[in-house]
Design a protein around this ligand. Structure first.
Ligand SMILES: [Zn+2]
Length: 241
């Protein structure tokens, strides 16, 4: 079956002429989406690591604060001990003396408990801060890598943008102005829906994009070339050349 030379056939041939460009354009556009997303994902990981480091530092300052509070409390308790000792020395009442001594012992025990607690807290906190060194070194290495990666991405983006501009120029030149606008709209929609491949060649009554057979009646329409025929299976605009 020969193909009729119709205005629609002319439109289809023009669209087929830009299909190759559009496939490349689609890839470039995908690249232009992927590259900044890649950078963002890496930057997010670095931010998470920085936040982890900060959390440990904040916790350590919290411990220091708590230790200061406990030390102040102990200082007050020591002052109280001195007062109680004076009181017990100047008193002749044995009951008062005993009561003072008892309270002194209690306070001394409490001071010792606080001292132990402070030491434990400090040791634990210092270990955590010490562990940060490795993480911070790792972060600084990763920051270096990120700068390299980011520079690389900048270069790739600018390269992709250059290619995109060239492809768009070539597309506009090939497309010209005389084209069936409905067919062009459908073509453009399918470009997005079918990952840059809106058209499919028919060879031996088989769609060369999805490899499904084309029904006989559609083949007749295809040969007449009067209207746009889409593959019943993959929706792509069919063309016979
Ligand atoms: Zn198909």
């Amino acid at each position: 079956m020969t193909i009729a030379d119709t205005p629609m056939q002319e439109t289809l041939r023009t669209l087929w002429g830009i299909q190759e460009i559009d496939r490349d354009l689609f890839r470039v556009q995908e690249e232009l989406k992927r590259l900044p997303a890649e950078r963002e994902a890496r930057a997010k990981k670095l931010d998470e690591r920085r936040a982890q480091i900060q959390a440990v530092k904040d916790e350590a300052s919290g411990v220091e604060e708590r230790v200061r509070e406990i030390e102040n409390q102990s200082m007050t308790q020591r002052q109280k001990i001195r007062k109680l000792e004076d009181e017990s020395e100047s008193s002749r009442d044995m009951a008062v003396v005993e009561a003072c001594r008892y309270e002194v012992r209690e306070l001394q025990r409490e001071i010792k408990r606080s001292e132990r607690l402070c030491v434990e807290m400090m040791v634990e906190s210092e270990e955590k801060v010490e562990g940060l060194k490795e993480v911070e070194e790792q972060l600084s290495v990763e920051e270096g890598h990120f700068t390299e990666l980011s520079d690389g991405i900048d270069r790739e983006i600018s390269d992709a943008e250059g290619r995109k501009a060239d492809l768009e120029t070539a597309r506009a030149e090939r497309l010209g102005g005389d084209i069936n606008s409905e067919a062009l709209d459908l073509y453009n929609r399918l470009l997005g829906a079918r990952e840059g491949q809106a058209m499919a060649l028919v060879d031996s009554q088989v769609c060369q994009a999805c490899y499904m057979s084309i029904p006989a009646n559609l083949n007749v329409h295809l040969a007449r070339g009067a209207k746009v025929i889409q593959c019943p299976s993959c929706d792509r605009i069919l063309i016979r050349i």
